[in-house]
Ligand binder design. Structure first.
Ligand SMILES: Cc1cc2nc3c(=O)[nH]c(=O)nc-3n(C[C@H](O)[C@H](O)[C@H](O)COP(=O)(O)OP(=O)(O)OC[C@H]3O[C@@H](n4cnc5c(N)ncnc54)[C@H](O)[C@@H]3O)c2cc1C
Length: 405
């Protein structure tokens, strides 16, 4: 029997694999996504998933890809960000209006984002979505792969022109290409939950560095915030062990009463945190994307946003090649993708890692420097704009998908 043929084969149907498929679908390509896990439960409580902060740039990408209308009713804008350190003088207030933007970003529960993207993929004729399925033998030279659907003995064979590994931090595809990884274990975890606030948050996100961890309160619904606490394992264990009353009292003490009284804590979820980068993101007709390519600490909410910018550039290059009737899977195009993306990736990864290092350091010098650093950001408009633009992925060469051509 003849193998089925696809233009693009995406391994991994997480946020990145699904977004890429939807970005490429209008280019009239035959796309297949292979996902290891079965579909998530339909009625899963979205409060029991992390909140994803999409930057304004990511919102523009989703708008350009016509994904935004399906998300808008679940999204909550962030119009300002207030950064401070508990008991210290340094602080910085970044307002969207000062940057002449409608908002700094939008918050969407991850479960809703994943469901919405899955539904859109299901409605797109030229995307086949196979799940739960296991990838078997991959012949990178012949651009062929075998897949086994869970519960079936039949092995399906495909040929592809371009293979995308969006299969997460332990990527099978990346490992079988023997791509070297560089990992940094922060020996930290993130605790994620939701709570009610008695006063209007006015769409302001608060990030507060404290001796008990870095706390971020993010406006996710009227009088409701997503909370993410990151810190050393022992600090996160302490937060985990508190009963609801003690948890809220500690939080209230660290965050103050700007948002009124806290109540209604939901289930707490914990994620271990590491940073990972890879030596090659393009090899043997394969592009490595998402967590498989770069794993970031969530302190600056950059992981998925960075991947969306990767997707925007890749889509733009493939569209250009298709428009000129050129081979979109040829090595030169893949290398061009690599060249165009390394700068933004390196600066985003560096910025995130520096924030983690600087705000977790107990060195006297760094403790003082960060106070002056925050004040510098607050009082030097140029620095504030530079920082905000870096955090929103608005520096350097910007994909046409972002600036709307
Ligand atoms: C606490 C926390 C908060 C975060 N907050 C933010 C935020 O506010 N903003 C932001 O931009 N980012 C944030 N991130 C990062 C964001 O969650 C990730 O960047 C994003 O989820 C990466 O998606 P992915 O699709 O690359 O990987 P994954 O979500 O890991 O998806 C990979 C998929 O591949 C599948 N898979 C694995 N192996 C195989 C295989 N062999 N065959 C087939 N399928 C396979 C998996 O089942 C999975 O569905 C946060 C991360 C954490 C931990």
């Amino acid at each position: 029997m003849q193998d089925s043929q696809y233009d693009i084969c995406i391994i991994g149907g997480g946020l990145v694999g699904l977004s890429l498929a939807l970005a490429l679908a209008p280019l009239d390509l035959q796309i297949i996504i292979i996902e290891a896990k079965p579909p998530a439960e339909k009625n899963k409580n979205p409060d029991e998933s992390k909140a994803i902060a999409l930057t304004y740039t990511s919102e523009l990408i989703f708008k350009k890809l016509s994904i935004w209308p399906a998300l808008i009713s679940y999204a909550n804008p962030i119009k300002a960000l207030y950064i401070s350190e508990y008991g210290k003088f340094g602080r910085c207030h970044i307002k969207a209006a000062d940057l002449k933007l409608p908002n700094l970003g939008q918050l969407v529960p991850e479960a809703i984002l994943l469901n919405t993207l899955t539904e859109l993929v299901g409605k797109t004729k030229n995307i086949a979505f196979i799940r739960p399925a296991k990838v078997g033998r991959v012949d990178f030279n012949q651009r062929k792969l075998q897949v086994q659907i869970e519960g079936s003995v039949k092995v399906l064979s495909f040929t592809y022109r371009l293979l995308i590994a969006a299969d997460g931090m332990d990527s099978q595809i990346r490992n079988s290409l023997h791509i070297k990884i560089c990992k940094k274990d922060y020996k930290q975890a993130a605790l994620v939950t939701r709570l009610n606030v008695s006063q209007d948050h006015q769409h302001t996100a608060y990030e507060r560095f404290s001796p008990r961890g870095t706390l971020a309160l993010l406006p996710i619904a009227p009088r409701r915030c997503a909370l993410i606490i990151t810190g050393d394992y022992n600090k996160i264990q302490t937060w985990q062990a508190f009963n609801e009353e003690a948890f809220l009292a500690n939080l209230q003490q660290l965050m103050g009463y700007r948002l009124g009284r806290f109540s209604g804590l939901t289930k707490r979820l914990v994620f271990p945190l590491t940073m990972m980068v890879i030596e090659e993101q393009v090899k043997a007709g394969v592009i490595i994307l998402g967590n498989a390519a770069h794993l970031l600490h969530p302190i600056a909410a950059q992981g998925f946003n960075l991947s969306l910018r990767d997707i925007a550039t890749l889509t733009e290059l493939i569209a250009e090649a298709k428009g000129e009737h050129k081979d979109f899977a040829k090595e030169a195009l893949l290398q061009k993708y690599n060249e165009l993306r390394v700068k933004d990736q390196a600066s985003t990864i560096c910025m995130t890692n520096n924030i983690v290092d600087i705000f977790n350091s107990e060195s006297w010098f760094l403790q003082h420097s960060r106070q002056w650093g925050l004040l510098g950001l607050e009082y030097v408009p140029f620095l504030k704009t530079l920082f905000a633009k870096q955090a929103m992925g608005m520096r350097g060469k910007i994909s046409k998908l972002i600036h709307g051509e």
